[in-house]
Design a protein around this ligand. Structure first.
Ligand code: COA
Length: 170
């Protein structure tokens, strides 16, 4: 299977934060953002796999700043690494206040994992990833540790077998 770069999967979504998307403080509701991130990351993973994918795990979400009503919200998703059948996707989130569109501020970062599946829902192989930029290489290298940690937490890997994680403490 031919390798792909993270740029091959790059997916960007820009949309407004409207009243129905907010909590009682007038900021974007966290669950709404999780849903938007799942959608954009799913498209990135499908661009990488050229197959249907399903979300298997949300590995990390950091709501670093509130997103006020009326913000212009941009989500950028890119595949950071793939394994045999699973695909890790990074999502970076920025806002612009619509009245001052040049002031872009990072508000969130998340990592989702997808699995490519066939018509019976059975996992199938996906192309490898070749990172290009320094950031892509950093994310690629750390992905194996995140993969092992996620599998330990899901009860699918014994801590003793998590070689990459164990190496951190040696
Ligand atoms: C995703 C799913 C197909 C995996 O099936 P499974 O029988 O658990 O398959 P496996 O245990 O062989 O795992 C398949 C891949 O998922 C990875 N995986 C499984 N659980 C994981 C977890 N908690 N975190 C990270 N990766 C995980 C495995 O490492 C494997 O990847 P690899 O082949 O690259 O190593 C199945 O769990 C499923 O259908 N889940 C529901 C998905 C869904 O409905 N999502 C929400 C709507 S889109």
């Amino acid at each position: 299977m031919n390798p792909k770069t993270p740029s091959n999967s790059k997916t960007i979504s820009t949309d407004l934060v409207l009243p129905n998307d907010t909590n009682h403080l007038g900021n974007l509701f966290g669950g709404e953002l999780l849903s938007r991130m799942d959608r954009v990351a799913c498209i990135a993973a499908e661009r990488h796999a050229d197959q249907t994918v399903v979300t298997v795990s949300v590995n990390h979400v950091h709501f670093s700043k509130a997103v006020p009503l009326g913000s212009v919200l941009t989500l950028e998703a890119k595949v950071s690494r793939s394994f045999s059948t699973s695909i890790e996707v990074f999502i970076d989130v920025w806002i612009e206040q619509s009245s001052v569109s040049d002031q872009r501020k990072k508000v969130n970062e998340a990592i989702y994992t997808f699995v490519a599946v066939d018509e019976q829902g059975k996992p199938i192989a996906v192309p490898p990833v070749v990172p290009e930029t320094e950031l892509e290489k950093t994310r690629f290298d750390a992905a194996l540790r995140r993969h092992q940690l996620s599998l330990i937490l899901a009860g699918k890997l014994l801590p003793d077998d998590a070689t990459e994680l164990k190496a951190l403490f040696n």
